[in-house]
Design a protein around this ligand. Structure first.
Ligand code: ATP
Ligand code: ATP
Ligand code: CA
Length: 218
């Protein structure tokens, strides 16, 4: 059976989640308190309804309990976001993802039982900053405060050298998870394989180790 998703709040963030889930062939219920938003998403989502999700009876009557995953994308109205999340937790929803507006909001959401809190503006800012600071960093995924996965573009300094030769794991304590060359991705790079300028190395490690490696080799 298809997974059932509900998106509450059809701003730019909730709206784009809605569109993408629909494009991926998922069933999506789109909910907003604003009638114009509901009309806008009527043709995008499987169903679109106007409702105030801070009202428990309204949530019940929507049959929200039967959904696999609910995304709360109410941004500016922190009170509504918190109340909605609390209702969903109390109804026992198995997966609740909530967009947080700031660190305090995030803290409250986690305390009341949200399963995952996202912070799209902050996270995108961090990723873009990494991209801007180093022209070799193509993408960046924060795993924790200290660990990340980054995509680095191989330059002149590593051209024609192997992983053994570069001795990356021993010298820098990070691991090359995969090497991308044009369309091809090698997810288990051989230690004796030569890297070519323009290859994209996907590196996992502590931020400080990745930075050391980046400065030495990229
Ligand atoms: P984005 O930045 O993603 O565009 P935002 O962070 O600015 O969004 P808002 O515009 O504040 O977020 O809220 C997103 C949507 O949530 C709005 O369309 C708003 O009508 C809806 N919303 C707010 N409160 C409720 C509520 N109680 N029930 C249902 N929807 C609500
Ligand atoms: P381990 O047992 O931890 O895999 P190893 O010394 O047996 O280490 P080899 O596969 O023999 O590893 O490779 C020799 C060196 O090449 C390693 O010490 C390491 O520094 C480097 N190396 C090999 N593969 C990678 C990789 N995927 N990422 C980073 N460095 C690597
Ligand atoms: Ca916003």
């Amino acid at each position: 059976m298809k997974k059932q998703f509900a998106v509450i709040g059809l701003g730019r963030f909730g709206g784009s989640i809605c569109k993408e889930l629909n494009d991926q062939g998922m069933e999506v219920l789109a909910i907003d308190i604003n009638e114009d938003k509901v009309n806008e998403y009527a043709s995008v989502a499987t169903h679109a309804v106007m409702a105030d999700t801070t009202d428990e009876n309204t949530l019940r009557s929507l049959g929200i309990r039967n959904f696999d995953h609910v995304i709360v994308a109410i941004g500016d109205n922190i009170q509504s976001s918190i109340l909605t999340t609390l209702m969903l937790v109390e109804l026992g929803l198995p997966h609740i993802t909530v967009k947080a507006q700031n660190d305090y909001h995030e803290k409250v959401l986690l305390k009341i039982g949200a399963h995952k809190v996202v912070h799209p503006e902050r996270d995108m800012g961090i990723r873009i900053a990494h991209n801007i600071v180093s022209k070799n960093v193509l993408d960046y995924l924060e795993l924790s405060d200290e660990y990340s996965i980054v995509e680095l573009m191989a330059g002149q300094r590593v051209d024609g050298r192997s992983l053994i030769d570069l001795d990356i794991r021993a010298k820098f304590g990070c691991n090359i998870m995969a090497v991308k060359r044009e369309e091809y991705i090698d997810v288990s790079p051989a230690p004796d394989q030569n890297i070519k300028k323009g290859d994209i190395l996907i590196v996992i490690g502590a931020d400080k180790d990745i930075t050391r490696m980046e400065q030495a080799l990229f």
